[in-house]
Design a protein around this ligand. Structure first.
Ligand SMILES: N#Cc1c(-c2ccc3ccn(Cc4ccc(CN5CCOCC5)cc4)c3c2)n[nH]c1N
Length: 245
């Protein structure tokens, strides 16, 4: 997968060089490049913002630098999808992460201030698919954190990125997964910590009992924290007994 990120804060993306994503980049599974938008701002002060037409608070990102940046990064006729984080975007979900993981090339536009001049999105839509996406119902100061979240959620789905550590297909919200339950509690050594033992079933070696216990814990946690997700699951009699306790 090819990733391009355009931002006025390129240092924000130093985390892309660590952890699993860093290894994926070293292996060549992910070809990621971060671009400083100010490279396409040609005045002495490298200006990227201006006052909003119609008045209102704050500043708006000028269209010219963005237009030149996207022209330079995405040549006409290439197969990039532009993803623009914005508070007013469609929700970014595990399903959308799965769809993005199948894309050959994603370009992320990180806005700041009150956002990017709307004509940049219009102009980009004339030559590539563009998604305006929000990572949640809270307000950030810019798109960079959202892009870090999306890049992590997408790249962990790429073959080989998670390694043997686990399979994204087991995630609670994995697309196509028959169920959407919140994960229950996990434990590791020592068997007793500060007088708190690990649930004995997990050390019983009885894999059927362990699977049942884990599902019961997931059902209980989901019913308590995200009851609306219960209906998305195919429950059997044992599940219903657990939920009725
Ligand atoms: N993804 C994501 C995000 C973002 C996000 C993403 C990208 C940018 C670029 C600039 N900002 C700052 C910003 C904050 C608030 C507003 C709304 N304004 C309406 C008029 O009154 C003032 C306020 C606009 C821009 C961004 C925020 N926030 N929350 C998410 N889930």
């Amino acid at each position: 997968m090819k990733l391009d990120i355009v931002t006025i804060f390129p240092d924000y993306f130093a985390p892309l060089d660590v952890s699993l994503l860093g290894k994926a980049r070293q292996r060549g599974d992910v070809d990621a490049h971060v671009h400083d938008l100010r490279g396409w701002a040609h005045d002495r002060h490298r200006t990227v913002d201006d006052t909003p037409y119609g008045g209102g608070p704050g500043m708006v990102m000028k269209p010219e630098p963005w237009g030149e940046a996207l022209d330079a990064i995405v040549p006409p006729g290439s197969s990039a999808r532009l993803v623009v984080p914005t508070p007013s975007g469609r929700p970014f979900t595990q399903e959308l992460a799965g769809a993005y993981a199948a894309e050959p090339w994603l370009v992320f536009a990180c806005g700041r201030y009150e956002g990017i001049d709307a004509r940049v999105i219009e102009d980009a839509r004339s030559r590539m698919p563009v998604d305006e996406v929000s990572i949640g119902d809270y307000v950030l100061a810019g798109g960079e954190s959202a892009v870090l979240v999306m890049v992590e959620a997408v790249t962990r789905l790429l073959p080989g990125v998670l390694g043997n550590a686990g399979s994204a297909a087991d995630d609670s919200f994995a697309p196509g997964r028959m169920e959407a339950l919140l994960e229950g509690p996990v434990y590791t050594k020592p068997p007793d910590w500060r007088g708190r033992p690990v649930p004995p079933v997990l050390m019983s070696g009885n894999h059927g009992a362990i699977a049942r216990w884990r599902r019961d814990e997931a059902l209980r946690r989901t019913a308590a924290i995200r009851p609306e997700l219960i209906a998305r699951n195919a429950l059997d009699d044992a599940d219903r007994r657990t939920l009725s306790e």
